[in-house]
Design a binder for this molecule. Structure first.
Ligand code: SF4
Length: 317
């Protein structure tokens, strides 16, 4: 089996079903360092746009993956950093659109949408999922910990302009935190801004996987269910992922499991659903990898997540 450097999955996604992901920037290269990030702290905090990974290599992997005819619902530009930092993302989007009729999504923190080049690059996509987690500069700095000088009003202006120009679906993700963060007040402040931005849909999210900072607490379910009423447009609480497809059981493959978990921590049943491997087979491999100290186990909301603590495959970050 060939080892991909930039393509991962298909992985289970709460919004996009079975998603074939493409990483466009090295691990944790991002203009933000969100306190809830499931990937850990940002190692390269930057707003510099450049060709982080060679475009021709990424397109070569796309061709190879599409030839495999694996089942997926979306191609998603996301991964372990901010995809719009890649200066040739527009060319990649055009290349993918020429190769497949499958819908294409971009998951972005929206930090660069004030840049006309970034907005133009994203125009041919079907779904863009930007984030907006704060309604004030002070809270923006506390929760997203952006690059110095990046102001919330600039980000909101970018989101508003993009929403006006974009013909596809724009699902605005609002990530809320519980505990000391007062999610009701934060949601009211953000709701005010979404009246200007007018996304297709607002999706409310909270911590469901181990966060970067332990004080980033989840919003309790009953409070979460109350929050859509604060927003004037279509708004939903993102439901937990559930697999809609049936996989043919096959043997567990350590490399595949490690490749998936190196992107983000997952529950064992999500690994099984994503890779089409029987849950018990996955558990056997996960337990073996925990014993070998390649994986660590963490608990979040009474759920067990597995994450990579040691990379043992060549070329992985
Ligand atoms: S959550 Fe997204 S935007 Fe925030 S630091 Fe992590 S990768 Fe960057």
């Amino acid at each position: 089996m060939w080892k991909s450097k930039y393509i991962f999955g298909p992985v289970p996604s709460r919004r996009l079903g079975r998603s074939l992901g493409i990483d466009l920037v090295p691990y944790k290269t991002c203009p933000f360092d969100c306190i809830y990030c499931q990937l850990g702290r940002t190692t390269t905090k930057t707003m510099e746009r450049k060709e982080y990974f060679p475009l021709d290599e990424i397109i070569g992997e796309v061709d190879r993956k599409l030839k495999e005819n694996c089942a997926f619902d979306y191609i998603t530009l996301s991964g372990s950093g901010e995809p719009t930092l890649h200066s040739r993302i527009g060319e990649l989007i055009e290349a993918i659109k020429k190769r497949t009729a499958k819908p294409l999504a971009v998951i972005t923190n929206g930090s660069l949408l004030w840049d006309g080049d970034v907005r133009s690059a994203l125009m041919p996509t079907d779904v863009v999922v930007p984030s907006l987690d704060a309604g004030t500069q002070e809270y923006f700095e506390a929760v997203n910990r952006p690059c110095p000088g990046l102001r919330l009003d600039r980000v909101v202006d970018g989101l508003e302009t993009f929403s006006r120009e974009f013909k596809g679906q724009m699902w605005l993700e609002v990530f809320l935190l519980g505990g000391m963060f007062d999610p009701r007040s934060r949601a009211r402040e953000i709701a005010e801004l979404t009246r200007r931005i007018r996304p297709t849909l607002v999706q409310l999210n909270t911590v469901a996987r181990p966060p970067c900072e332990s004080f980033a607490a989840p919003v309790p379910r009953d409070v979460m269910m109350e929050l859509p009423s604060y927003f004037s447009g279509p708004t939903e609480v993102i439901a937990e992922f559930s697999a809609k497809w049936q996989n043919t059981p096959r043997p567990a493959n350590r490399e595949e499991i490690l490749n998936l978990l190196s992107r983000r921590p997952c529950k064992s049943k999500d690994v099984a659903a994503s890779l089409g491997i029987h849950h018990l087979e996955v558990l056997k491999v996960l337990e073996e990898l925990v014993r070998e100290r390649v994986l660590a186990v963490t608990e979040e909301n009474s759920e067990t997540f597995y994450e990579v603590i040691t990379r043992n495959t060549e070329g992985e970050k």
